[in-house]
Design a protein around this ligand. Structure first.
Ligand code: FE2
Length: 164
């Protein structure tokens, strides 16, 4: 796909979309008592965080981070920290998905709303901070260090991941 934007710019654009979904998620999980009104939106948001959202993480994990790893070691550097946060977000999301499923099927018992709220708020908080660190620290480092060949390589991998 011909695109003049750098890979880091594309990821930043995706972050803006994700932040909007997080704001919607925050609003919806504050209204779990109004099930009839929020079910459709909750279902749609859960679907986004179950599927489409992970393509973004895959682009970072398989394309961008390894290239950053050519000048900052993964173990001690910021990409290692980002990967740990990705794992935390993955496991929190799994809990949210199960609880939302149960909530929508009316099978969760009395604590299902609490599970959605507790884990949802954690997910929102961790992901917002995570995006902030990527946008303002990690991507800036990539922009400073990448040469054109690296930019082209990451862009090509992004395209491969998207068309998989
Ligand atoms: Fe990201």
């Amino acid at each position: 796909m011909a695109d003049d934007k750098k890979p880091t710019e594309l990821l930043k654009d995706e972050h803006q979309g994700v932040l909007q979904k997080l704001a919607a998620l925050q609003r919806v999980i504050g209204q779990l008592d109004n099930k009839d009104e929020i079910s459709a939106e909750l279902k749609e948001l859960a679907e986004f965080f179950k599927t489409e959202f992970w393509i973004h993480f895959t682009k970072e994990e398989e394309a961008l981070f390894p290239e950053i790893g050519t000048f900052i070691p993964r173990e001690s550097g910021p990409t290692g920290m980002m990967l740990v946060e990705h794992e935390e977000l993955r496991s929190t999301n799994t809990v949210i998905q199960q609880a939302v499923d149960a909530y929508l099927r009316n099978s969760g018992g009395s604590d299902v709303k609490g599970t959605i709220q507790e884990n949802g708020n954690r997910f929102i908080e961790v992901l917002r901070q995570h995006i902030d660190k990527e946008d303002n620290i990690l991507f800036m480092m990539a922009d400073m260090h990448f040469d054109q060949a690296q930019i082209d390589k990451v862009a090509r991998l992004f395209h491969e991941i998207e068309t998989r």
